[in-house]
Design a protein around this ligand. Structure first.
Ligand code: NAP
Length: 416
């Protein structure tokens, strides 16, 4: 069947399997880089063609993540320029469609796709890689492949559009008990948190391990608290107000620390400046005591779940237990973080970078959600044309607890 229209309205689905030539999409262009509220404009663009292992998904709902804040700012990477330069996964359209989380219905598949078919209800994970890369073919972790890309950030054609183009392996079965918007909300943060907490042996969360989680009420933090708990660990959240702390308790945190009680944040002084160094250490020790107060015993976190970066790394590295790990997936407050190497080597701590997740880790998170062990923590649902405003909330740290989603194909919230 051919489409009766060149482009359908938002919320008006074409007949199943019928792909119109054009679609609505929220575009970021280089000329609009800046604060998220002004960076997105709804435009009509051609629907992309598919490669043999690719899938076209009609997006019912899209999840909101901080990565599109970075894309709209044009820092630390000019994503549109990156698309032009990139090999596989990139293109020269001159725009970026963000969105690294989504749920929807399969509308078309490439000729070599055999894991999904037209009509399937899917959630999408954001890991892309070349399945023909010899490194991937040798069963190495594709997250270490040079071909690895984040869909909707490193690559174009993310979920902020009526249709999105993904690699077939990005499609996982949608949890049937969840609405479209709940299904769209958890994968990027959930799978990232899962890899951070389970992917770096021997520092996988064990029974009774203390895990300190920065930004406990945020997208990553809300997932990390629940995953730590499900693995038998003791999550302790850091937040910036009591209301966020209470939310973390409801998710299973043992307790929370309000970081606004402290003021020792930021980069380390020069180690030769003994007075300033002693003052910084005082701040770290006071924060460490706050962890002990929550625990009711003098025990340091074996794993510290990091993403603020520059402001918090000196504290994280100091209070991490001997032989423990600080695992980090972002530098939201800055990229130059100081580490006092004396504590790193004498206490034999590990400082580990981590980035999204591989297919097994994404599937494991989807299974936790299917089994009802991980709640997507959907805080609020927005309309398609609120996309700039939603990202502005994230940018200003004024967003609601948990995760957020926007409706695209789904005409109203609550539909499954
Ligand atoms: N590499 C990856 O694969 C990957 C995946 C997902 C996300 N990320 C990145 O991880 C970061 C966090 O993502 P998210 O989705 O969790 O964002 P989010 O929902 O905005 O949560 C981040 C939390 O960080 C806390 N925070 C803000 N400023 C802080 C500071 N100066 N010190 C300590 N904590 C601070 C805030 O909580 P309080 O104010 O309550 O403390 C905020 O809720 C972003 O940069 C994102 O791009 C990376």
């Amino acid at each position: 069947m051919t489409a009766s229209k060149e482009v359908y309205e938002i919320g008006e689905a074409p007949p199943p399997g019928v792909v119109p030539p054009k679609m609505h999409a929220q575009l970021i262009r280089q000329s609009r880089y800046g604060e998220p509220r002004d960076a997105f404009v709804d435009e009509i663009v051609d629907i992309p063609s598919l490669g043999p292992r690719e899938v076209l998904v009609y997006v019912m709902a899209a999840g909101i993540n901080y990565s599109t804040v970075w894309a709209s700012l044009g820092v630390p990477v000019d994503v549109v320029r990156g698309h032009k330069m990139a090999g596989k996964g990139g293109d020269a359209t001159g725009f970026h469609i963000g969105g690294g989380d989504g749920s929807g219905i399969v509308y078309a598949v490439g000729e070599k796709v055999d894991n999904v078919k037209v009509g399937d209800h899917v959630v999408l994970h954001c890991g892309m890689w070349d399945e023909d890369d010899p490194f991937v073919l040798q069963s190495n972790d594709p997250m270490f492949s040079n071909t690895f890309r984040i869909w909707g950030y490193d690559s174009n054609w993310g979920s902020f559009a009526q249709f999105t183009r993904v690699q077939a392996h990005q499609c996982l079965p949608k949890p049937p008990h969840l609405s479209w918007e709940e299904s769209a909300a958890f994968m990027l943060d959930g799978a990232t948190a899962y890899r951070m907490l389970t992917g770096w042996p021997p520092h996988q969360v064990r029974e009774n391990d203390v895990v300190l989680i920065w930004g406990g009420s945020g997208g990553l933090g809300s997932m990390a608290i629940q995953i730590t708990k499900a693995l038998g660990g003791i999550p302790i959240a850091v937040v910036s107000n009591a209301e966020r702390g209470e939310y973390c308790l409801r998710l299973g945190a043992r307790g929370f620390i309000d970081r606004t009680r402290f003021n020792h944040w930021g980069r380390l002084p020069d180690w030769r400046d003994e007075e300033a160094t002693a003052k910084a250490v005082q701040g770290f020790r006071a924060f460490g005591r706050a962890v002990w107060e929550v625990l009711g015993e003098r025990r340091n976190p074996r794993i510290i779940f990091e993403h603020p970066g520059e402001d918090t790394i000196p504290t994280s590295m100091f209070i991490c237990d001997t032989g423990g790990m600080v695992v980090i997936c972002a530098g939201t407050t800055g990229y130059n973080a100081d580490v006092d190497l004396r504590y790193l080597w004498t206490r034999q701590k590990r400082f580990q970078g981590s980035h999204f997740a591989n297919a097994e880790q994404a599937a494991a998170v989807n299974q936790l959600v299917h089994d009802g062990k991980l709640d997507p923590c959907l805080g609020k649902v927005f309309a398609y044309d609120e996309i700039g405003a939603v990202h502005q909330l994230l940018y200003e740290n004024k967003h609601p607890n948990g995760n957020m989603a926007i409706l695209i194909g789904a005409p109203k919230p609550g539909l499954k």
